[in-house]
Design a protein around this ligand. Sequence first.
Ligand code: SF4
Ligand code: SF4
Length: 183
Amino acid sequence: MSKNKETKGKETEKEMMVKLSDIDPKFKYEISKLPGAENVLLCFQCGTCTADCPIARFSDFYRPRKLIRMVQLGLKNKLLSNDVIWLCSTCFTCIDHCPQDVGIASIVRALRNLTVEGGTMPVVYKELASNILKTGYTYIISGLRLKKREDQGLPPLPKANLESVAKLFDVTGFSKTLEKERT
Ligand code: SF4
Ligand code: SF4
């Protein structure tokens, strides 16, 4: 059931209440050891990232500045159980504009990786990964579309080396992750 803006706002306010037991003081150090997230402690909350973020412009909830603050405060469980971390489009505008070189998009990626390691992956990502494994492409391209390409005189799409794709999934451990997510 869809909720109106006022109700959504109240829920968010409740969700934002922080108890001492929500805080993991080591979390910011854990994150800062991950590649691309080393500068998380340098954020001084100027808000430039949020002001320039194209997703924040159209979302009532997505605020990169707030995500970084939550990391700094150690709100690990609130972050890793929050669908909002999947909204970032990885456009890197925040990375270009942050005066502290915080690397927000990389920190969001680190949060997503931790969430997946914890056994949760949004269905759409599971599907994309399965498609890559099956075809080498993120989307299954229909026969009709392929025929249209042919009719337009376009060359056939290159065939992926599925053996190499499968090997890549295995050596990176992603096959196991995907298997775990399917169960
Ligand atoms: S632009 Fe950089 S320093 Fe400013 S709030 Fe965003 S992450 Fe923090
Ligand atoms: S990379 Fe993500 S957080 Fe940064 S500006 Fe783009 S959508 Fe916003």
